[in-house]
Ligand binder design. Structure first.
Ligand code: SF4
Length: 303
């Protein structure tokens, strides 16, 4: 049990360790507030690669901490709650992907960062929701693409690029749960609001939206829009981010419990304990790491 003020302990321990605390936009408000950097998956991956800190504390889910370790193999990467995973990432395994590659031996494998290190290692290039369009457009037209694992993001990219892709049957249970009925109810309640959604939502949702963007993209869109009210089709933690950055705008969640439970595992208390005990340190097999890093760096080089 920690004694005294938890926030003060975290600040002092961070200095002692030469650590940086990175948090995803879906983290609880108190974790976003204590972090040195808050961002989406692409921004966190970049920060991890560029950071001069010796220890990276990753307040997010496992695939994010793995990406940080892959991009910064000499640093200590800590995930405060080892159980914080991603159900979508669990929908694709390396052995399943190897079988798919045997079926389509000439295809390029584009893998969303929301995957395990082993799946990334089987991939040609990674993408995030921020850069998926750019990544797909960088692939020659005559090449088939296997897109892993989010079928909703994949379908959205198909509508934007006209590319046919072999889509994995995965999805984010949190974004996929938003239905057209939920959205219509909110639109009736707030007829003047613009509908802004994440591309992990179902095609019937993205087709109805005024803007489809990654979380970082939604922040820019809402900040820059002259509109005052927005229906938000993404995780509830992001409402806090938006309220901080654009306090004058009104944001309504597209459905009430738009919550990713895994993103809520980290608290100030277990963050402080993880820093005290240096747990849980993320390790990635060196051969897996080398291959996964190539796929991540190809993405970082084009976006
Ligand atoms: S919001 Fe969806 S994609 Fe993101 S960590 Fe949660 S389950 Fe995974």
């Amino acid at each position: 049990m920690l004694k005294g003020n938890t926030g003060e302990y975290i600040a002092a321990r961070k200095k002692e360790l030469n650590a940086v605390i990175m948090a995803h936009y879906y983290q609880p408000p108190e974790i976003q507030d204590i972090a040195d950097f808050v961002g989406d998956s692409l921004q966190l991956a970049r920060q991890a690669a560029e950071s001069s800190a010796e220890v990276i504390i990753c307040c997010g889910v496992k695939f994010m901490a793995e990406s940080a370790k892959i991009l910064s193999p000499d640093k200590i990467v800590i995930l405060p709650c080892p159980d914080a995973g991603c159900p979508m990432a669990d929908m694709a395994t390396a052995s399943e992907l190897r079988k798919k590659k045997e079926q389509y031996p000439d295809a390029i494998v584009v893998t969303y960062v929301n995957t395990s290190a082993e799946v990334k290692a089987e991939s040609d290039i990674c993408c995030t929701s921020s850069n998926a369009l750019k990544v797909v457009r960088s692939i020659p037209e005559d090449k088939e693409i296997i897109f892993v694992p989010d079928k909703n993001l994949g379908r959205y990219i198909q509508t934007q690029t006209g590319r046919k892709m072999i889509l994995w049957d995965g999805y984010c249970p949190v974004h996929d749960r938003l239905t057209a009925d939920d959205l219509n109810k909110q639109r009736k309640l707030h007829p003047q609001a613009l509908t802004t959604v994440h591309p992990e939502c179902q095609p019937e949702i993205t087709a109805r939206a005024d803007a489809v963007r990654s979380t970082a993209g939604l922040l820019e869109y809402i900040k820059g829009s002259p509109a005052q009210e927005f229906i938000l089709g993404t995780e509830t933690g992001f409402v806090y981010t938006l309220n901080k950055h654009c306090p004058d705008k009104k944001v309504y969640l597209a459905y009430n419990d738009f919550i990713c439970p895994d993103m809520k595992f980290i608290t100030l208390e277990n963050l402080a304990l993880s820093m005290q005990n240096m747990e849980t340190q993320i390790e990635v097999d060196s051969q897996v790491s080398i291959k996964a890093r190539e796929a991540l760096e190809r993405m970082l080089n084009i976006s």
